[in-house]
Design a protein around this ligand. Structure first.
Ligand SMILES: Cc1ncc(COP(=O)(O)O)c(C=O)c1O
Length: 399
């Protein structure tokens, strides 16, 4: 090796080359830079609730601090929180999940990373929808696996179907990762769809992971958890979205009984335990007074969804399916542009509206779609719509 070709002391590991940056963060950074110059920007790019964490949870967090709860908890989480989560499954889904199978993690992110490290061997393939949550590909790649992207369209509710799993799997496939409701499409997996995927996984001896981080923030009746259908699915959830606790960094993972021991070993090694203060605060997340606040917020999200969906359709965006959950609208821009990145750039730079290009969520038809996050109040949404109307009328969006 010549001297010049030697890698520097600080060269990132080769696997880093496969990890792409989050484009939404680039949009956010640019939006903040424009704001620093005095521009008013409407933020429809950010995937987190705009509400401050509900007051009973805040109060519980303060009280945990006052009582000096600052030491580690067990790796799998506070026993009383795991019991509370188990109770939540019984109350909302009518299913018994033993607390032993529940692991409290640093966000859903911690849970996804734990599953990837626990189940994926180098060379393994994991099927996932394209479009889908961008980090999933990277968790799989960082574990040495291959993200097997399955292009999904409105025909299958932008979700995986058993027929596509047949088509896109190969001898390396070891798992299927889905999300219901999904980011960026806001669509859910019906009971039948979950059943079909679960049977497919059983037949193929593949693991089945369902990310249910947007459960609770759904606008359909009786949305089933995968655990209702398939007791040995791996289910991810979080306090970030419905419970409005993004910055507390707290999520959870339900594993099949057979994986309790390895999950515990990995939790100890990867993060020792999730935040103790956050766990004490989350004990109040399921109480009646908190639920009243969270349900009001869900109603607010539903109003925003209805308003923005109607406005976007009137402006000429294509919305094939209504948002069934989460706070995203996945909209086709074919009436305006063939380049979603350019579209988003013009919208931000010239009209002060920040949204996320489809290129953040996969490869399939990614120039045709953009994601609107209705994580801002009605007054801001009204300004956004006025600006979008001006943008459409200007003809600039096709540049
Ligand atoms: C589908 C999905 N899964 C997981 C996450 C990570 O969430 P957190 O780590 O905050 O719980 C997100 C965040 O936006 C998401 O959209």
């Amino acid at each position: 090796m010549s001297k010049n070709a030697r890698k520097s002391r600080f060269s990132p590991a080769a696997r880093m080359q496969q990890v792409n940056p989050f484009r939404v963060m680039t949009v956010l950074e640019r939006a903040k830079a424009l704001e620093a110059q005095g521009r008013k920007i409407v933020h429809l790019e950010v995937g987190e609730p705009d509400f401050v964490t509900a007051s009973p949870i805040l109060e519980a967090g303060r009280s945990a601090l006052a009582q000096g709860y600052t030491a580690y908890t067990p790796a799998a989480g506070l026993p009383q929180l795991r019991e509370r989560i188990a109770q939540h499954y019984l109350d909302t889904q009518g299913i018994v999940v033993v607390p032993e199978r529940i692991f409290v993690t640093p966000g859903a992110s911690g849970a996804l990373s734990l599953v990837a490290q626990m189940l994926i061997n180098p060379g393994d393939g994991v099927l996932m929808s394209d479009p889908g949550y961008p980090c999933n590909r990277n968790y799989v790649r960082l574990a040495g696996g291959t993200a097997q992207l399955v292009p999904v369209s409105a025909q299958t509710d932008y979700q995986l179907s058993a027929a596509q799993l047949d088509e896109f799997s190969d001898e390396h496939t070891q798992g299927v990762w889905a999300a219901s409701p999904n980011n960026p499409t806001g669509t859910v997996l019906s009971r039948e769809a979950l059943q079909a995927i679960s049977h497919w996984c059983e037949r193929r001896d593949a693991h089945f992971l369902v990310d249910e981080i947007y459960h609770g923030l759904d606008y359909v009746d009786g949305l089933p958890s995968a655990l209702q259908i398939c007791d040995d699915a791996l289910v991810i959830n979080s306090f970030s979205k419905y419970f409005g606790m993004t910055g507390w960094r707290l999520g959870w993972l339900v594993v099949p009984q057979a994986l309790v021991a390895p999950a515990n070993i990995l939790a100890q090694n990867l993060f020792i335990a999730a935040s103790t203060i956050a766990q004490h605060a989350a004990l109040r997340a399921f109480d009646q007074d908190t639920s009243v606040i969270l349900e009001q917020r869900r109603a607010a999200f539903r109003c925003r969804r209805d308003f923005l969906t109607a406005a976007l359709m009137e402006l000429g965006f294509t919305i094939a399916l209504p948002t069934q959950g989460a706070f995203y609208i996945y909209a086709g821009i074919e009436a305006f542009s063939v380049n979603s990145e350019r579209f988003c750039q013009i919208l931000l730079e010239e009209f002060g509206v920040a949204i996320t290009p489809g290129t953040d969520f996969g490869d399939f038809e990614n120039q045709r779609y953009v994601r609107f996050a209705f994580t801002t109040g009605m007054a801001e949404l009204e300004i956004a719509v006025q600006r979008l109307r001006a943008a459409v009328a200007s003809g600039r969006l096709s540049q």
